[in-house]
Write a protein that binds this ligand. Structure first.
Ligand code: BG6
Length: 486
């Protein structure tokens, strides 16, 4: 219970909504765009729900004016989108494809004309396929050089018009799912390779931040991290220790590198002892130390509860039960499964206190306040919430979508964010996920997140009509009142 009067949201608080290129654009092979690893992955049978892919997605590429028009009508203050690297540089490192770049120039111009602050994400998972083929993608330092070249093109193009930039979206998620659990491209299941690839991404992140500070001195840049607080299942000190381990393993491993420029000591020692630590040279250390983000992007969906690994001894024999042994598209570890078979530090379990979405994601607005407090206390960087939202199988009934459950979800989270601001957390803005319905990477089009319904399903694009949901009008009012009524 809160008895204190809550602070107002800051005057220039950026109420926004977010998206990502592969999930909305479509036009996957138009105007010179090269293939990305997601094009290839989703075109391979069995990799995604019902073979859904982003070939057409919601065809934002051909609905640009209409979509930005809806954002403007809503009163959106910020729009977070990502640039498809292979649209701008089709083979990842060669010639610039002007037609592809022009699409983003038009988008940014339209946003600015409508007083919507663009928030540009450089990398939301769609690596150019050519870099995967040539260099094994993030397993090679050559990809860092290619990324720097791509960043240079965007920094040069948008340095005067885009203030807020995100380097990598959820590095923890795409390296984990891509290199360890094998549920995202490049479908590798090798923990050592995951740590190695993750280190290369850290170098790319630091390189991009340093380059940005040279080229765009007035702008602000940071990574968007998928953060969840970790709860011990009980007060048993063994469970508490498990939660400390999980926090190191799930959060600090990335955040300490971003914000302190160094890997967390305990975990590094453990990984080294197991022979799976990344190779970090003195030059790497220097680079990581030199790059400081200006803000921290936080994507918050839920945290996690853990207990001590009661299966410790059995793990080796029981081995490698992974995500694919349950629903491959759920992206949730199996109940009471050692999250880390090779490193039996903790087991993930369901919280007995929290309800779940239709897709089994825990709903935890208080955890949002905990998350904001923890991250701000530890790293003292302004926080930009770059994603938060509810995936649900919305129904269009008589031309309307009454998503009151989404309104409740968002309102509960906005309230705890206001409490966190009252606690003292410095915040730039909040981008709900997502502006319109879009492709859920592995779950197709049934799992909807948007304020705007898009008339398409897993079987095909239909008319792609845009229909504002009840939550659209709710958010419109909230923005107009600067969250005064939550
Ligand atoms: C985040 C991603 O992990 O979660 C988004 O940054 C994604 O791109 C969102 O869509 C929701 O995940 P899902 O699996 O429900 O689509």
């Amino acid at each position: 219970m809160y008895y204190q009067k809550l602070d107002d949201f800051p005057k220039n608080f950026l109420w926004g909504a977010a998206s990502a290129a592969y999930q909305i654009e479509g036009a996957y092979n138009e105007d010179g765009k090269g293939p990305s690893i997601w094009d290839t992955y989703a075109h391979t049978e069995g990799n995604t729900y019902k073979g859904t892919n982003g070939d057409v997605a919601i065809d934002h590429y051909h609905h640009l004016e209409e979509d930005v028009g809806l954002m403007a009508k809503m009163g959106l203050k910020a729009y977070r989108f990502s640039v498809a690297w292979s649209r701008v540089i089709p083979d990842g490192e060669g010639e610039v494809n002007q037609a592809g770049l022009d699409f983003y120039i038009r988008l940014v111009k339209l946003l600015k004309e409508n007083q919507i602050e663009p928030v540009l994400t450089l990398y939301h998972w769609d690596l150019p396929q050519a870099l995967q083929d040539k260099y094994l993608g993030w397993e090679s330092r050559k990809t860092v050089a290619a990324f720097a070249k791509y960043c240079r093109v965007l920094f040069e193009t948008f340095k005067d018009d885009v203030k807020y930039w995100v380097t990598f979206n959820e590095q923890n998620v795409f390296t984990g799912l891509g290199y360890r659990w094998g549920n995202h491209p490049p479908k590798v299941t090798d923990i050592k390779r995951m740590y190695a690839a993750n280190h290369i991404v850290n170098l790319a992140n630091a390189t991009a931040i340093n380059l940005f500070h040279e080229m765009v001195p007035k702008g602000l840049i940071g990574p968007s991290f998928g953060y969840g607080p970790v709860y011990p299942l009980t007060g048993d000190p063994n469970d508490v220790l498990a939660s400390v381990n999980a926090d190191d393993f799930n959060n600090n491993w990335w955040l300490d590198v971003y914000c302190r420029g160094e890997y967390p000591y305990f975990m590094m020692k453990r990984l080294q002892a197991m022979g799976i630590a990344p190779e970090v040279t003195a030059a790497d250390q220097k680079l990581l130390k030199s790059a400081k983000p200006d803000f921290l992007g936080i994507n918050y969906y839920h945290g996690g509860t853990v207990q001590t690994n009661r299966l410790q001894k059995k793990v080796a024999a029981d081995d490698k039960k992974d995500f694919s042994s349950t629903d491959p598209y759920l992206m949730q570890p199996k109940e009471d499964q050692a999250q880390s078979p090779e490193i039996p530090m903790f087991n993930s379990v369901s919280s007995p206190y929290l309800e779940k979405t239709e897709w089994g994601w825990e709903i935890d607005p208080i955890g949002f306040r905990v998350a904001l407090r923890q991250v701000y206390e530890k790293y003292r960087l302004p926080i930009f919430v770059t994603e938060n939202g509810l995936g649900a199988a919305d129904q269009l009934v008589d031309g309307q979508v009454n998503d009151d459950y989404r309104i409740k979800y968002l309102a509960d989270h906005v309230l705890t964010m206001k409490e966190a601001i009252t606690d003292g957390v410095e915040m730039i803005g909040y981008c709900a996920w997502s502006f319109s319905d879009l492709l859920s990477w592995l779950n197709g089009y049934r799992k909807r997140y948007g304020f705007v319904y898009v008339d398409r399903d897993d079987d095909g694009p239909k008319e792609l009509k845009r229909i504002p949901k009840a939550s659209y009008y709710w958010y419109q009012k909230l923005i107009a009142d600067n969250g005064a009524d939550v």
